[in-house]
Design a binder for this molecule. Structure first.
Ligand code: 5GP
Ligand code: 5GP
Length: 229
């Protein structure tokens, strides 16, 4: 009887061990969402926006973040408070970040508060694969490789305040990147649905796009606006 009890205990321990190691606090993950925002849609809301201290950003998609995610749709966050944002470790990347990862929140800032937030909330959860410098470098490389505005304008979809079908937007990005994006909308001052963010999925190493294992929730209308910036 005792032997049976002991073996049952051992078996249950072996069964729960993997789930202990898969605990979200360990900060491991399955893939990344690489999220880019259209500045015209961040600004064209009831809340409005502020240009960064470095000046009005380019009329192009900007990086929002590189977010570790699980295949079941959940995600880890704020994984390591012992590794704060350290701008001196990424000083060689700052000028590229001002261009490709501009902040539009008010009050105006240099971008450091935005980058710090993204590193602390999301970046710290990818340290099993990439360190802080690699995290920002990886996002910049992905931005270089995915020309969303080029993909859209090539298909005749321009930031001119007109409406376009969400299908044509999705198809043109798929045509250019090879992968199906997820489109997130927000609402302009009059309540119209508009193209806000584009999500693409990236493998765990951060080196290449993949088909998304899971898409976020939420829905745009069939026709959405593409505001100017
Ligand atoms: P929202 O609710 O505005 O879509 O997202 C707010 C914030 O929650 C995002 O900026 C991001 O930090 C986080 N977030 C929302 N959805 C996801 C998701 O599917 N995956 C990850 N990793 N983070 C998300
Ligand atoms: P998330 O939604 O990624 O969790 O949080 C974004 C945070 O970064 C918010 O606190 C937001 O105020 C700040 N932030 C600063 N600049 C920007 C920006 O240009 N776009 C977005 N989405 N958030 C920004």
């Amino acid at each position: 009887m005792k032997l049976l009890h002991a073996s049952l205990c051992l078996i249950s321990l072996l069964l729960i061990l993997p789930s202990i190691f898969a605990d979200s606090s360990s900060g491991d993950f399955d893939f990344f969402y690489f999220v880019q925002q259209w500045p015209g849609s961040y600004c064209d809301t009831q809340k409005s926006c502020c240009f960064p201290t470095s000046g009005k950003p380019d009329a192009d998609f900007g990086i929002h973040g590189l977010w570790p995610n699980y295949k079941d749709g959940t995600y880890p966050s704020n994984c390591d408070s012992s590794k704060p944002f350290d701008s001196s470790s990424i000083s060689d990347l700052i000028s590229s970040m001002e261009k490709s990862w501009p902040t539009l929140a008010c009050p105006s800032g240099s971008g450091e508060a935005f980058w710090e937030h993204e590193w602390e909330k999301h970046g710290t959860c990818s340290q099993s694969v990439i360190d802080q410098h690699e995290y920002f470098q990886t996002a910049l490389n992905l931005k270089e490789k995915t020309d969303l505005l080029g993909a859209l304008t090539k298909a005749g979809i321009n930031p001119d305040g007109k409406s376009y079908s969400i299908e044509s937007i999705r198809d043109s990005i798929k045509e250019s990147t090879g992968f199906t994006p997820w489109i997130q909308c927000n609402r302009d001052g009059s309540g119209n649905s508009q193209l806000y963010q584009v999500y693409l999925c990236v493998d765990r190493s951060g080196s290449g796009l993949i088909e998304c294992p899971v898409f976020p929730h939420g829905k745009c209308g069939d026709e959405i606006e593409f505001p100017s910036f």
